[in-house]
Write a protein that binds this ligand. Structure first.
Ligand SMILES: [Fe+2]
Length: 318
């Protein structure tokens, strides 16, 4: 056989059927100088989503959908799920009297509550209330269910690291054998619940962050979850941030206020309840019209643990 391998053409033909490729003539490169623009900057408006979610509330019950949520799929061509590479965000509605049954999964999840009182989440047997501005965690493999025992329609933003688990493969999911955890214990405080009033109090004491991306910033948890970090940022009215880029993929949720985020030249206006995708390495900056509060969820802890976190100031590219 070796006698016939006397030309490059013959050599390349010899790869056929062997699941091999010459590293020097790959169809596409394996290495490139800096992160590619694989996902697009994008903004989802809560005002657009809310009537659709309300219609889903009339048409889709909690038997038909274990969770009544609308996934924010990054609009880049060919994408069918992630919001950014490692994270997916979704709007969710739970109506008065509804219960979303108990399940658990390996992806980490968190919720940022937008509107409505009277909803509770039960996480590993502990039942905690979810109020607007609160951030609640469901770390990997914790049992969780939700129930609305009040009179308000309750809306929140879910953020999960499902796309990361898709990439890495260790997906496990199961429903609780009894549909709901029996005898949950009520708790006013819990390590998985970050209360809005506590965030405001911490922000009032916080110093201006050195990175210049917010007027004030606090971190929820240290980090909130092993893959996912959470920062609450306050932008004063009229605040204009510096311009930065980072290898961390981020999803911003607007808890309060009005402003715009300019991501790689694209101007994304936002208001309360909107969600903004800022994919890795895209230069971005914020400008607040009114005093605003954003929750930044990112894969920063993951990138840091892997030695892949790079963040830089890029004023010239602003
Ligand atoms: Fe879940």
């Amino acid at each position: 056989m070796s006698a016939s391998l006397d030309s490059l053409d013959a050599l390349y033909r010899a790869f056929d059927g062997l699941s091999m490729e010459g590293g020097w003539h790959r169809r596409s490169p394996a290495l490139w100088p800096e992160p590619r623009k694989n996902f697009l900057p994008h903004r989802w408006r809560f005002a657009d989503v809310k009537p659709i979610l309300d219609a889903a509330g009339r048409l889709v019950d909690t038997k038909m959908a274990e969770r009544r949520n609308l996934t924010m799929t990054n609009p880049v061509e060919g994408n069918i799920y992630p919001t950014v590479r490692t994270l997916v965000a979704a709007y969710q509605l739970i109506l008065p009297g509804e219960t979303a049954g108990c399940h658990r999964h390996t992806p980490n999840a968190l919720r940022i509550i937008l509107e409505g009182h009277g909803t509770y989440t039960v996480v590993d047997g502990t039942r905690v209330e979810m109020r607007p501005g609160d951030v609640l965690l469901t770390p990997s493999w914790c049992w969780h269910s939700h129930e609305n025992v009040g009179k308000d329609d309750c809306y929140w933003v879910d953020i999960l690291d499902v796309p990361l688990v898709h990439l890495l493969e260790p997906m496990f999911f199961e429903r609780h054998p009894q549909e709901l955890e029996p005898d949950p214990v009520n708790a006013a405080e819990s390590p998985i619940a970050f209360r809005w009033e506590d965030s405001l109090a911490r922000l009032a004491r916080a110093a201006a962050p050195a990175h210049g991306m917010a007027s004030r910033e606090i971190e929820l948890g240290a980090p909130a979850m092993v893959t996912t970090g959470l920062h609450v940022q306050r932008l004063d009215a009229g605040f204009a941030s510096r311009t930065a880029r980072t290898t961390a993929n981020a999803v911003f949720t607007v808890v309060q206020g009005r402003g715009r985020t300019i991501v790689d030249g694209e101007v994304l206006d936002w208001a309360q309840g909107d969600v903004i995708a800022v994919p890795a390495w895209r230069p971005y900056r914020h400008e607040a019209v009114d005093e605003s509060h954003l929750v930044r969820a990112s894969d920063e802890p993951l990138m840091r643990a892997l030695g892949l976190l790079r963040t830089e100031d890029v004023q010239a590219a602003g």
